[in-house]
Design a protein around this ligand. Structure first.
Ligand code: SF4
Ligand code: SF3
Length: 553
């Protein structure tokens, strides 16, 4: 196997025996085969799109395949096998339609049909390993081309995840599907150049802006604008269900179906921002947030005592002596052997969470691991409401800098840097955050500046879009021309591919001087990094003292 898509990749270069995340070689080979098949689907659907007849079913398959291969989403081979079979089926159906539709035009214009991938059309999932020389990441021999192709694909994975959450709420944008399918099709080209790939990567970044805007619209039109909210981090005395991941539709359906059933619902990790939406506040059994970022789940789940629902990444393979695995439920693109999977609702009906709720009713209540409250809900609408106050604070020199510390958390002890950085920031600096990176500092007593908290949590990683909206509003209010002239610095933590699309979206918007850490991606070769430095002055982190000096002055 070879995988270098996340920050924790082995030795900082690539996992080649087993993933640090727990992914096995046979799972990795299946993911390679699946991505190969959907590159074929993308190629054909792109050609159909040019004729004005793209297939929605194909677009859905492409986003789900990309999403399910994101870090910490699917560890279950039978589930991946289903995706692979469906991908080949859709590819062949689509190829038939394309041939009919394009044959006439091709003949007229003297052009050939789009090249279809070389792997046999019905490659069996359990033969995935055999095809790895063609399907795997290392099939591309040139390190720069490989790195750029994978950067585009990883950006597409992040985009696909957000597109799926938006689609679950009934919001879709064909431009987003077109950008993803074009990028996947281009990465199948053996003759694509470095320059073409750089443009492609920026195009993926533009897609990132579009999809985050789409998901923001989907979330806020469905559930209202996030409001400043104090969230209890203690426990109640009834059985609990802990919901993790990013999908707000799943949260809504679970809250609705579990109301009045004698159980409480708690959020975990990236679901915490669900607490900030007005529509969910009406549920008295929506109790609070339990635990911290994803990587602590193997410890923290032991004391929760109830059941768990994973709606997206990050699920972590259980330890050998794990006592909670049979209480874990997955849904959507998530898979983990030994857990229960909740299928999609049919014919527009909601998913059926009754088995999960009945299971929870038999469990003891959670054991407290923390007490107190945290505050969040500073998405764009709320912060823009506070704008006159914030601008006054900036003008009076009470706020010197905003520091965007969005992104992911992870297991590396070196991520302690982010806690120390937050603690060491001068008291006239405000942290703007989104994503699970916040758990490194959202419980620190960092205080406020004349009532404005020093950590403003906009929400999930996709709510980084809110931070962009805030930056643009501040730019206009302060009469500045360029977003880079604002008193904002970017110190972003990354782990998986959603952070990749957030980074590419910021680059597409022309944001410069971004620091990303705790280490740079393994797929950034020295040549790729040099271009990113020349164009965008991207860098990584050093020491807390040095970075405070460089970023804050
Ligand atoms: Fe390794 Fe990360 Fe890939 Fe898992 S997702 S196999 S840890 S690079
Ligand atoms: Fe976290 Fe997995 Fe990335 Fe949505 S939950 S940010 S790591």
């Amino acid at each position: 196997m070879f995988c270098y898509q996340c920050q924790e990749t082995a030795r900082g270069t690539g996992c080649d025996r087993m993933g640090v995340c727990g992914k096995h070689a046979d799972t990795s080979a299946r993911m390679d085969l699946l991505l190969y098949a959907v590159r074929g689907v993308s190629l054909i659907n792109r050609a159909l799109r040019e004729k004005g007849e793209p297939s929605r079913e194909a677009s859905h398959l492409v986003i789900d395949a990309l999403f399910t291969t994101i870090t910490n989403a699917n560890f279950d081979n039978p589930s991946l096998d289903d995706y692979i079979r469906r991908a080949f089926e859709v590819k062949n159906l689509l190829a038939g339609t394309a041939k009919k539709l394009l044959a006439g035009t091709a003949k007229k214009q003297g052009v050939s049909l789009p090249d279809l991938p070389q792997v046999e059309f019905y490659a069996q999932p359990d033969e995935a390993e055999k095809y790895r020389p063609v399907t795997g990441v290392l099939a591309e021999p040139d390190a720069d081309i490989r790195g750029l192709k994978q950067l585009a694909i990883y950006g597409c994975k992040g985009m696909a995840a957000y597109a799926r959450h938006a689609a679950n709420l009934g919001y879709e944008d064909d431009d987003v599907y077109a950008i993803i399918e074009n990028a996947m099709a281009e990465t199948a080209r053996p003759d694509v150049s470095v320059d073409e790939l750089f443009s492609l990567v920026l195009n993926v970044g533009e897609g990132g802006v579009k999809v985050m805007a789409l998901l923001d619209k989907a979330n806020t039109e469905s559930y209202g604008n996030p409001e400043i909210t104090k969230v209890d981090i203690g426990v109640r005395d009834r059985p609990g269900i802990l919901i993790s991941g990013h999908d707000l539709k799943d949260l809504e359906e679970l809250l609705e179906q579990s109301a009045g059933k004698g159980v409480d619902i708690y959020t975990h990790s990236e679901m915490l921002p669900g607490q900030y939406y007005p529509a969910f506040k009406k549920y008295p059994h929506f109790a609070g947030n339990y635990g911290n970022a994803w990587w602590k789940q193997t410890d923290e789940f032991e004391s929760f005592n109830g059941v768990f629902l994973f709606t997206s990444n990050c699920i972590v393979p259980p330890r050998k002596n794990c006592t909670y695995l049979d209480r874990v439920y997955t849904t959507g693109v998530v898979g983990m052997p030994g857990t229960h999977h909740i299928e999609e609702g049919r014919d527009g009906k909601p998913k059926d969470f009754s088995a999960l709720i009945a299971h929870a009713q038999k469990c003891p209540p959670p054991t407290a691991i923390e007490h107190g409250e945290i505050i969040g809900g500073f998405a764009h609408h709320q912060v823009i409401e506070l704008a006159p106050k914030v601008i006054d604070l900036i003008k009076r020199g009470k706020i010197r800098k905003f520091v965007v510390m969005a992104g992911c958390d992870g297991r590396f002890p070196s991520r302690d840097y982010y806690t120390k950085f937050a603690q060491a920031l001068p008291e006239d600096c405000v942290i703007l955050t989104a994503g699970c990176a916040k758990y490194r500092y959202n419980k620190l007593p960092l205080g406020d500046i004349e009532g404005v908290p020093r950590v403003l949590d906009a929400g999930q990683c996709n709510d980084s879009y809110s931070l962009v909206r805030i930056a643009l509003a501040l730019r206009d209010a302060l009469g500045l021309k360029d977003v880079n002239d604002l008193p904002i610095v970017y110190n972003i933590a990354w782990y998986e591919q959603k952070a990749v699309i957030v980074l590419l979206a910021l680059l597409a918007l022309g944001v410069k001087n971004i620091h990303t850490g705790p280490t740079l991606p393994a797929f950034f070769t020295p040549d790729i990094l040099k271009v990113l430095q020349d164009k965008f002055n991207i860098g990584t982190i050093t020491t807390v003292d040095q970075d405070i000096a460089t970023m804050i002055g």
